[in-house]
Design a protein around this ligand. Structure first.
Ligand code: HEC
Length: 484
């Protein structure tokens, strides 16, 4: 038998051991590394070096961009270098490696690379030097070594989840998100016109610029990297690849003059960049959960963001200042998150959708003279009848008289509905089950809706009757290709 005293002693010992373990956990990483200096760890390309290159370099040095004719993958190309003819990396010899020369600051603290940006942190430069000195070996696991470019586009063995769609302003093209790419279809779904293959594994959101010349893509690789891509639509050429945060990006939108691009982040921030340079011009951290949607005011002076925290916030663009909660601040009023927002084509009114399945229209600005108080919901203009499941897609039609909403239910079904904006009247719903819907857009003449989601097919619906018009698979399937 174990005595009570022994049990007590064991408990004390356990507690002490537990505390010791905790103290060790809490030690800064540097102290831990010190303790291990007897056997220094080799620098890993995959774990240590590649993330630095992804964050600071790959935007310009990738197959779709090729600055200085230098691309950083596949690995052989990273070593080889570009137009200068000098080897970027000479294994074992950091001082003879052009890449090291390019990133090493001059006496004045200037660097060639990253071009027009601040130098890398000295820790990162040391890391790259050490990795080269240790032989510059490639330890990328085979599973992570798949890279795609225009000549080697993704191969699909199953229908992919489709997160995003947009019609070009001319009405001629329908852009559809794929895996590592955007597919440009003829708007009627009759023909695949182009595949825009980029760095990001996932494409969460996309939008044509107001003049239709450019297409912005927001996405990334989960828990690794977020990226904004800007494509020249006619030339099918990547203009800009801007790395942002360490997770995928969402809810991208253009300012009406086409100079700024706003998007939401999984670090709870909303940001905007200059559409030409990629420079960050707005950063706001007022949300406390992922930001999934953005929309500019009609004069581009303000930006609206919606979040999984259930709120819609108003930001002044010039000052980057949080101005107002557009949604109610009543405790308990925020039921579930908001996933999507669109601004009326002419007025500063917003339609939102989210976890409660209820499309709602809000005024962007609080009516003059109204103090914001607990219990009010002044900005709310209209709630529509709920769709089953959660809403991931809402949009106004081109003249602002109707809205479309698309939803996804946990049982694997979905719905698409069109409502009259002014009265809340249901105009139609998709006749049939389109599968869980993540994106829905009116065609530019307002006569059709294109929608897509978990099912991997694009459905085209008559916007007046809900009649299915066409259904197509937007990606080339391997099985179909093999059958040719
Ligand atoms: C904003 C775009 C941009 C970014 C970011 C960038 N580069 Fe470059 N890089 C260029 C351009 C453009 C050239 C061609 C030479 C020039 O114009 O200076 C170049 C050239 C190079 C070359 C010479 C290739 C050759 O052999 O001619 C190396 C090496 C290089 N970059 C490394 C890097 C590294 C390492 C980083 C990240 C730390 C980086 N670059 C980030 C645009 C960029």
């Amino acid at each position: 038998m174990i005595s009570a005293a022994t049990l007590f002693a064991m408990a004390v010992l356990l507690a002490a051991g537990y505390r010791a373990a905790r103290a060790d956990d809490a030690k800064p990483a540097a102290a831990k590394a010190d303790a291990a200096t007897t056997e220094p760890k080799k620098v890993s390309y995959f774990r240590d070096v590649r993330p630095v290159l992804q964050e600071h370099c790959e935007g310009c040095h990738q197959p779709a961009k090729r600055s200085g004719e230098y691309v950083m993958f596949p690995f052989a190309a990273l070593l080889k270098g570009g137009e200068s003819g000098d080897a970027a990396i000479v294994p074992g010899k950091p001082d003879q490696s052009n890449l090291v020369k390019q990133i090493t600051p001059s006496k004045k603290g200037k660097v060639e690379m990253p071009k027009d940006k601040d130098p890398l942190k000295s820790d990162d430069i040391d890391l790259i030097r050490r990795w080269i000195a240790e032989g510059a070996s490639d330890d990328t696991p085979a599973s992570a070594n798949v890279t795609f470019d225009a000549a080697h586009p993704p191969v699909y063995h199953a229908l992919p989840v489709l997160s995003a769609l947009d019609y070009s302003p001319s009405g001629k093209l329908l852009a559809v998100s794929g895996y590592h790419e955007v597919l440009l279809w003829k708007a009627d779904g009759s023909q695949l016109e182009a595949r825009l293959v980029g760095l990001s594994e996932r494409v969460q959101s996309l939008a044509f610029s107001p003049d239709g010349s450019r297409l912005v893509v927001a996405g990334g690789s989960p828990a690794r990297l977020g990226e904004i891509q800007v494509w020249d639509v006619d030339a099918r050429k990547l203009l800009l690849s801007v790395p942002m945060t360490y997770d995928t990006l969402y809810g991208v939108s253009w300012s009406p003059d086409g100079t700024k691009i706003a998007f939401g982040c999984a670090d709870n921030t909303v940001r905007a960049i200059d559409a030409k340079t990629g420079q960050q011009v707005l950063f706001q951290g007022a949300h406390n959960d992922w930001v999934l949607g953005t929309a500019f005011s009609s004069d581009a002076s303000h930006l609206v963001s919606v979040s999984r925290d259930g709120s819609m916030k108003l930001i002044e663009v010039a000052s980057q200042r949080f101005v107002d909660n557009i949604t109610s601040i009543t405790p308990g009023a925020l039921k579930g998150g908001l996933a999507t927002v669109d601004r009326h084509p002419k007025k500063d009114e917003l339609v939102v959708g989210g976890a409660d399945g209820v499309p709602k229209i809000f005024l962007m600005y609080r009516p003059a003279g109204k103090e914001r108080k607990i219990g009010d919901d002044f900005n709310l203009i209209r709630s529509f009848d709920a769709l089953p499941g959660r809403i991931y897609a809402v949009e106004y039609n081109p003249d602002g008289s109707q809205i479309v909403a698309g939803s996804s239910s946990p049982d694997g079904t979905g719905e698409i509905r069109v409502y009259e904006a002014a009265t809340g009247r249901l105009i139609c719903k998709y006749q049939g089950d389109p599968g869980p819907i993540f994106s829905a857009r009116f065609s530019r003449d307002g006569k059709q809706v294109a929608a897509a989601g978990f099912g991997g097919k694009v459905v085209l619906m008559d916007a007046a009757t809900g009649k299915p018009l066409k259904e197509f698979i937007p990606v080339p399937l391997a099985a179909a290709a093999a059958g040719k």
